[in-house]
Design a protein around this ligand. Structure first.
Ligand SMILES: NC(=O)c1ccc[n+]([C@@H]2O[C@H](COP(=O)([O-])OP(=O)(O)OC[C@H]3O[C@@H](n4cnc5c(N)ncnc54)[C@H](OP(=O)(O)O)[C@@H]3O)[C@@H](O)[C@H]2O)c1
Length: 272
């Protein structure tokens, strides 16, 4: 019986949010994507016709598309407003995915280009999203704004496990954690919970085409993770991740101390 807006539902974890949330026909889900036609086709094929799903165009790197998506969402949801705004969409660049920070030393132009895209998409795009959708969230009953972050942005994990990969990506997520806390600082008095949640280490098909060198970088990372979490058996499925994330956002409240917090899919600082 809730209204959800989720960004980046074209694939991966976002598509899984769409699947699980739309299973209840009383829920209403608006999914924002860059390619509306392709996603509508995918949703029709994978989920069949679900009348409670609406796909809208919304590119985090293009303010005008987000503004239009907010206006279209207002028409779709009417007086119900939006209960949950889920900032899932994000840029996960290949440039620094597998190599240590030192490997970026001589890639000056690529580093600068990718950093601009990361800032625009993972930070400013989400900030615009919050501003544009906040009037709808304030109309809703639940008033929860969830941002998909990453455990790779946790300083203790980085330092204790020597996580030297994904420096630029993790920094963009750390910056977004700060923006989430700033929104909490202003809007918790209005009853809006802003919360950053890491989805865990999730298999979304990213590691199928890696080179031997990239695989070596991943092996080092996984070895360090095993030292930190001996129970770690490898990446979890989007199904499992989304189930945990939903359970965590249901339990989380401003009163419970979660306003502006940064937690794992398990609701704590256990990242895998
Ligand atoms: N998988 C993991 O292990 C993991 C771990 C930690 C955090 N996360 C975070 O979880 C979220 C989902 O990750 P994922 O693994 O499902 O990633 P993914 O498979 O790479 O999917 C990313 C999604 O974001 C969308 N997106 C990218 N740039 C966008 C833009 N400018 N505007 C709107 N949408 C955009 C993509 O749309 P297109 O199809 O148009 O590219 C896609 O739907 C991300 O925020 C990611 O950083 C994932």
């Amino acid at each position: 019986m809730s209204v959800y807006v989720v960004t980046g539902v074209s694939r991966g974890i976002g598509l899984e949010f769409l699947k699980q949330l739309s299973e209840d026909p009383k829920n209403l889900i608006v999914g924002l994507v860059r390619d509306k036609v392709a996603t509508e086709q995918k949703v029709a094929t994978e989920l069949g016709g679900r009348p409670n799903v609406h796909i809208l165009h919304g590119d985090l790197a293009n303010y005008a598309t987000l503004k239009q998506a907010a206006a279209d969402t207002a028409d779709i949801v009417g007086e119900r407003g939006v209960d949950y705004l889920v900032a899932n969409g994000g840029l996960v660049p290949h440039l620094d995915a597998y190599g240590p920070i030192g490997a970026l030393a001589d890639k000056v132009e690529e580093v600068e280009a990718v950093s601009s895209q990361l800032w625009q998409t993972n930070v400013i795009g989400n900030m615009h999203l919050f501003h544009l959708f906040l009037p709808l969230v304030l109309k809703g009953h639940v008033k929860k704004v969830i941002t998909l972050s990453t455990g790779m942005a946790d300083l203790d994990l980085i330092n204790n496990c020597e996580v030297d990969i994904a420096g630029l990506y993790a920094a963009s997520k750390a910056a977004m954690n700060v923006i989430v806390a700033k929104f909490n600082a202003q809007y918790k008095k209005d009853g809006v919970l802003f919360l950053s949640i890491s989805p865990g280490f999730v298999e979304v098909g990213r590691y199928t085409d890696v080179t031997p060198e990239e695989a070596q970088g991943m092996t080092g990372f996984v070895g360090n993770l095993l030292a930190y979490a001996p129970h770690f058996k490898g990446p979890i499925t989007p199904e499992e991740s989304v189930r945990h994330i939903r359970s965590t956002w249901e339990k989380a409240s401003i009163e419970g101390g979660f306003g502006g917090a940064f937690v794992s899919h398990l609701g704590n600082k256990q990242w895998v």
